[in-house]
Design a protein around this ligand. Structure first.
Ligand code: ZN
Ligand code: ZN
Length: 347
């Protein structure tokens, strides 16, 4: 806060509120952090919860947008940092109109600290990843021609929760055949057909931390073309994994993967970045993209997920979540990546 020239910081993003204070009701509250005082600002519904979850914070009760609460202590600060990318325009206007302090929009102050995980956080992410692996084994027994993509997605959600996740970390993706050429398409009313490649991308929250994995499987015998694409994507993914270690820039990891796919003539079909950070949110910094200069550091958590999407034909994506280490990375999604051919029995 001193470096940014502010003497108070208003925290809006629920994940940041939780990270700093332990308070889980952040959608209905804020933090106000001063030099030597810190407050959770929320309404009476959360009074007891704040005391339990955020004992290091004083409680300021009020009603959104908490102007009265802020007015009560505004004499204690002059420059109020706000989360410029998070705060709504309405709230900003209300603060501007009603507070006699200057507002300083900041970006990513807490997110920057959150990039490097502590051991306890890593354990939650490992646990979430392990649940994802176990879901993969089980969902493979469920897949057969005739069932719909949405049935598979719904079953994955059920399994994630049954095995201990609080909820899914994002909308489950289950896309088959030609639909799989949409990297983030929605699973719909398409029945799985014999010979389809099927992309499954999912993850769950465990202890409020996310994991993320993608596996592409073949339902019956794949076409020679998609089989070749699969092996090239797997090769690219392994190159990406081999690049991840402390001291390497995000851009370099992305470049190694991109160069490989370009060398195979598949570059034009790789339409997104190589990976992203994750933690309390499913997409965090750093991004393994051509535009990210961040240098990887020990205990950052990122995904490595190249994909090839050929319009009208289909797609392949393979994704792992990994923990950055000094001399490499710990791969925490461990489900098999050799091309899995789903065989089924018709009863
Ligand atoms: Zn994913
Ligand atoms: Zn991902």
């Amino acid at each position: 806060m001193k470096n940014k020239g502010i003497d108070a910081f208003l925290v809006n993003k629920p994940e940041n509120i939780y990270y700093l204070s332990g308070f889980t009701g952040g959608v209905d509250g804020k933090l106000l952090i001063l030099d030597d005082e810190q407050y959770v600002i929320t309404d009476t519904r959360y009074e007891e919860q704040v005391k339990n979850e955020a004992p290091d914070f004083a409680l300021l009760l009020g009603r959104f947008p908490y102007i009265d609460s802020l007015n009560a202590i505004e004499h204690k600060f002059e420059k109020l940092g706000i989360e410029g990318k998070v705060i709504s325009y309405y709230e900003y206007e209300m603060l501007k109109k009603n507070l006699d302090v200057s507002l300083v929009p900041l970006e990513g102050l807490v997110e920057e600290i959150r990039m490097i995980k502590e051991e306890e956080e890593l354990d939650f992410i490992r646990k979430a990843a392990g649940i994802g692996d176990s879901v993969f084994e089980e969902i493979c027994l469920f897949i057969k021609p005739g069932i719909y993509e949405k049935q598979i997605a719904d079953k994955i959600i059920f399994l994630l929760r049954e095995k201990g996740c609080e909820k899914e970390a994002f909308e489950v993706i289950a896309l088959s055949g030609r639909n799989a050429s949409l990297p983030h398409g929605r699973p719909g009313a398409k029945p799985i057909e014999d010979g389809d490649m099927l992309t499954l991308d999912y993850g769950g929250f465990f202890g409020r931390y996310a994991s993320d994995m993608t596996r592409t499987v073949s339902v019956g015998k794949p076409s020679d073309y998609l089989k070749d694409v699969y092996f090239e994507v797997l090769r690219a993914q392994k190159i990406g994994l081999s690049m991840v270690k402390a001291g390497v820039s995000c851009r370099e990891v992305d470049k190694a993967v991109r160069d490989y796919l370009e060398g195979c003539g598949l570059g034009e079909y790789f339409v997104h970045s190589t990976g992203h950070g994750l933690g309390l949110e499913i997409h965090e910094n750093p991004a393994l993209s051509p535009h990210c200069d961040i240098i990887l550091q020990e205990n950052m958590v990122v995904t490595v997920e190249p994909g090839v999407y050929v319009p009208g034909t289909g797609g392949v994506r393979i994704e792992d979540t990994v923990i950055v280490k000094q001399d490499g990375c710990e791969i925490i999604t461990r489900a098999d990546k050799e091309l899995r051919i789903i065989k089924w029995r018709d009863i």
